[in-house]
Design a protein around this ligand. Sequence first.
Ligand code: G1P
Length: 347
Amino acid sequence: ANRGAGECSATPAPTSNLRAESCFCGHRLPLRSFLRYPCSMSEKNQPVVHAVVPSAGRGTRFLPITKSVPKEMLPVVDRPAIEYIVREATDAGITDVLFVTRAGKQAIEDYFDAEPGLEADLEKAGKDEALEYVNEYKKYARVHSVRQGHPLGLGHAILQAKSHVGEAPFAVLLPDDLMEPGSQLLRKMIQVRQALGGSVVALLKVTPEQATAYASTAVEVLPVPEGVDLDEGQLMRITGVTEKPPLDEVKSEYAVVGRYLLDPAVFTALENIEPGAGGEYQLTDGYARMIGLPEEAGGGLYGVVIDERRFDTGDKLGYLEANVTLALEDPALGGELRAFLRSKLED
Ligand code: G1P
């Protein structure tokens, strides 16, 4: 049958069953909510195996290099930025990463693929360490890609993942947001979904001026449920969200940063949104619809306030900060780099 994400797949029950307040697949639902929304096929404790990484941006802030190199491939210390993203997803238990790309971004897929010629040459030459580097991609989740032919916005990019992800909860990682290596954020967001259902986004404390560059949220603090490794005050119920609000419409000090754990019901929402901020189909306008949706239909929107370092590598200064900070922590580079920076700053 041709059905949208989040709809039940079972054979329709006779009308009398509807009156008995049961949806087609036997989930118990209040009749009113079933008539208004499709039933979510995704259970809250369903494991999260998919991540979607939108990588179709033009990287205009990094021109001219992005004429020929995808911005996701720019190195942070000794690895392309995208490797940190895939590693973070893998560490959180994700086994399947889907890149949403466009023409000219093939270097991303090549990076996570085998290179049999190179592997054979290195093996023959006995260059074991180099061979190890070349094979590192095998430690990570399996990667796939789909094209976003037209740059119509982040919401449109995520919709391209619908048939790949199907009716399962999935993570979204925006590659411009680099979390410090070893980040536990995604793992904790998955715990929240498993405790409360619905969708979960990462929140960052910002100034009102900064908030205008993000999705701004209205929030209520929630008690932390058992089994969720968060401190009191770190878990929020989101009651409203606006993409890139003008200063006088900023909702709170909490802005959404690029880590999301979404119920598949968001795909149906994304199919029904209109172009929003900047004339684009905004992901924010899709998950905002989860606020009014009952839990049985995949609804509910929660926020986790991040307590780890995050770098905005989509910005030149943020990119340099990530490089310097992580290089200073690198055992092979940190000592000499620190001495060099000290001497430079004394000049
Ligand atoms: C995107 C999202 C925005 C979010 C931000 C986080 O904006 O649209 O809601 O707050 O990422 O980094 P962008 O930075 O692509 O303009």
